[in-house]
Write a protein that binds this ligand. Structure first.
Ligand code: SAH
Ligand code: AVI
Length: 320
């Protein structure tokens, strides 16, 4: 039983500086959504999951509650590896099913939000004393940092529709990394938000309480803290809209007025009034688009389940 964290590299500021410099130099300024998630960002995301407009989390939870008590015993899962674990609240449905089957041996939550991951791992270790919990800090857009010699069979999971936050080529590379880690008998479980009436989707990213706007602006606070930048988060307005052709929500931060920001190591970054930084895409799927992602990554889509309103899907994949 251990909760010693596997750490490859702490958030490497040189890498962050390079990504931010590149992202703010193009005609459409853009920053990677992983930079939402310091401890405050992870807490704000948790708040989002409880908002009435944000249907994703509760819909996925309902699906897990219905399906996992049947799926887990049929797979015999002994090790659970979770990408982008966050608070791992829904994960407990899977861990409960493993425990009920007497196969709950190892849980590896992976996340880039190191302090929040530590809290998650400690909480789960207390809740499941017989389970080994080995958290791994990693940027999954680069590597998974999975321990060798996982008990077999293992189930890799990627919940919350976080796959949608990656552009399709990056999503395929990420799923390819999962595929490379799978051994015969291992499986992959993906949670994905489905295409639906854009009004429902847009409401989920424009909540009345303004929590999503704060989450969005948190990225600027992260840049201020990590890079000693001098963004004024209140100088930017939250914008989220559905792009029907690309089947995705886009989140932007829009400069309310012309101004400039200084980032040591990068210099002055100028903003025109109304100019935006794209901070996130959240791609929405259907069965063919999920099957295409899986195939491109060397995975076979084995089975899937949706809720009655077909808002969200859970998909199981195996090596092709
Ligand atoms: N799985 C949880 C949390 C989803 S929020 C749920 O379904 O509710 C997305 C999570 O992925 C956050 O915890 C965030 O820190 C993590 N994350 C985002 N980008 C990441 C990256 N590039 N590498 C590792 N973790 C990442
Ligand atoms: C983590 N990810 C799947 C969330 C999403 O819905 O794309 C992040 C989020 N952005 C705004 N609200 C929630």
């Amino acid at each position: 039983m251990t909760t010693a964290a596997r750490v490859t590299a702490p958030r490497a500021n040189a890498r962050m500086l390079a990504e931010v410099a590149a992202g703010l130099s193009g005609p459409q300024k853009e920053l990677p959504p992983k930079y939402f998630y310091d401890h405050r960002g992870s807490k704000l995301f948790e708040e989002i999951t409880r908002l009435p407009e944000y249907y994703l989390t509760r819909t996925e939870r309902g699906l897990l509650e219905r399906w996992m008590p049947r799926l887990i015993p049929s797979l015999g899962t002994r090790a659970l590896v979770e990408l982008g674990a966050g608070s791992a609240e829904k994960t407990q449905i899977i861990l409960d099913a493993m425990r009920a089957s007497g196969t709950a041996e190892l849980y590896v939550p992976i996340d880039v939000s190191a302090a929040f991951l530590r809290e998650t791992a400690d909480r789960l270790q207390r809740a499941y004393p017989g389970l080994t919990v080995t958290p791994a800090v990693a940027d999954i857009s680069e590597e998974l940092n999975v321990p060798r010699g996982l008990p077999a069979p293992a189930l890799f999971i990627f919940l919350g529709s976080t796959i949608g936050n990656f552009y399709p080529p990056a999503a395929i590379r990420l799923l390819g990394r999962v595929r490379a880690a799978l051994r015969p008998g291992d499986r992959f479980l993906l949670g994905a938000d489905l295409r639906k009436d854009p009004a429902i989707i847009e409401a989920a990213y424009n909540d009345a309480a303004g929590v999503t706007a704060e989450f969005n602006r948190n990225m600027l606070r992260v840049l201020n803290h990590e890079l000693a930048a001098d963004f004024d988060p209140d100088a930017f307005e939250h914008l989220a809209f559905y792009e029907p052709d690309a089947h995705r929500i886009e989140m932007h931060l829009v400069a309310r007025a012309p101004h400039h920001v200084t980032i040591p190591g990068i210099g002055e970054v100028r903003f025109a009034g109304g100019e935006s930084i794209r901070t996130e895409i959240s791609c929405k799927h259907d069965l063919p688009s999920l099957a295409a992602l899986f195939t491109a990554a060397g995975l076979r889509l084995e089975t899937w389940q949706t809720d009655a309103a077909r808002r969200f899907a859970l998909v199981v994949g195996a090596p092709l």
